[in-house]
Ligand binder design. Structure first.
Ligand code: SF4
Length: 379
């Protein structure tokens, strides 16, 4: 049987940087799109033999904004995978999309390239909030292109939303959820804004020009989201992710279940053959390497058994299904209690985790303070 594997493709370009974003992506680089795609396709094609024993179960084209690329370039990337890799017939193939960078023609062509899932960066319904975030799209373009995506044949669409935005009220958040729900996407991600170091938001925060939402309101927004989504038949399957039955993001589940994946493109991360590494963050170096793994891979780390166990715990507990004691034993040849008996007892007493049918999972309160819970498993 072939080894299941997921592929992540990083497109490090955006039309304009959003003010809160710390992802490796750059604006104003249109002149290097072709060179980048050429280096990326070499990286994918020239190293295909390394993965000849693998069956590709999911592909995720993320960024950045993959849809800044022309259909021709997106097609080249997809061809380089489809031609050289054993892609499973029922593979989930996702592309992220900024609503402002797509139209019916592009969406139809993407659909014809085997891309069967679209992840749209929506964030908020109110144009005033979108503007504050530095987003390039408006509510109108989002709605129009969501409908165009349906017309182009996308039957699996995710909408990314954000809450706890500066000056966002509960009414704004409710309006965002209400209107996005009317469009009936199959999947919704809802993340609380985090002010990351090195971003314009951080600078504004340090200068006192940006007032973060207080923790109580943040939690109220989260609970409102859980309630409204549950009422409409979305099942929460991870701290920040909700899906109609059968539409959970298979690619992201690979990360949370600490299964293997390979990342292609600038700064892309991989976990393969027990090793974690990432590609260079230097664009010039990336393009000049023309796909040579030797020149690209940095910070190669062979995970110890202890690190694998810790990751299995804190990644697995992000999911509502939690972790299975049996799977723990199968993977690590230890009973979970041999290693974490005290921690599990303490967290149960604190009502942060629960156990049922051989599964350990976060309680609702545990989800609110998940970082505290995860730290308990890092020794
Ligand atoms: S579109 Fe996404 S990747 Fe690009 S700057 Fe905005 S948040 Fe970052």
């Amino acid at each position: 049987m072939k080894q299941p594997l997921s592929i992540y493709i990083h497109i490090p370009f955006c039309v304009k940087k959003c003010l809160y974003c710390d992802f490796p992506s750059f604006a104003g680089c249109e002149n290097i799109y072709d060179d980048y795609v050429s280096a990326l396709c070499s990286e994918i094609s020239d190293n295909a033999s390394v993965f000849s024993d693998c069956e590709i179960k999911t592909i995720f084209i993320g960024g950045g904004t993959p849809t800044v690329l022309s259909c021709k370039n997106i097609g080249k990337i997809m061809d380089s995978i489809i031609e050289k890799y054993n892609v499973s017939n029922d593979a989930e193939i996702t592309s992220e999309a900024n609503p402002e960078t797509v139209d019916f023609k592009k969406l139809s062509e993407m659909r014809s390239m085997y891309i069967n899932r679209l992840s749209m960066g929506v964030q908020a319904w109110q144009d005033r909030l979108l503007k504050k975030l530095g987003r390039i799209h408006t509510r109108e373009t989002f709605v129009a292109n969501f409908n165009e995506a349906r017309r182009a044949g996308f039957k699996n669409i995710n909408c990314d939303l954000m809450f706890s935005l500066p000056s966002q009220t509960m009414d704004d958040w409710e309006e965002t959820l209400e209107n996005v729900l009317k469009l009936k996407p199959e999947h919704i991600s809802a993340y609380s804004l985090i002010i990351e170091d090195g971003t314009p938001f951080k600078k504004m925060f340090d200068e006192g020009c940006l007032n973060p939402i207080d923790d109580d309101i943040d939690r109220k927004m989260y609970y409102l989201c859980k309630e409204m989504l549950s009422d409409k038949g979305y099942k929460q399957y991870e701290i920040s992710n909700f899906a109609k039955p059968g539409f959970e993001c298979r690619h992201n589940c690979v990360y949370w279940q600490t299964q293997e994946y390979v990342g292609f493109g600038l700064a892309a991360h991989s976990y393969f053959n027990g090793k974690r590494f990432h590609n260079t963050l230097d664009m010039k170096k990336y393009i000049e390497a023309k796909g040579s793994f030797n020149k690209l891979h940095e910070d190669i780390e062979i995970l110890s058994e202890k690190e694998k166990i810790e990751e299995f715990m804190f990644m697995g507990l992000r999911m509502n299904r939690g972790i299975e004691k049996e799977e723990f034993k199968n993977r690590f040849n230890f009973e979970i209690d041999d290693i974490y008996k005290n921690e599990l007892c303490k967290l149960k007493e604190e009502k942060l985790i629960n156990e049922n049918n051989g599964r350990i999972f976060l309680t609702e309160y545990g989800m609110d303070v998940s970082n505290y819970v995860f730290e308990e498993f890092i020794k």
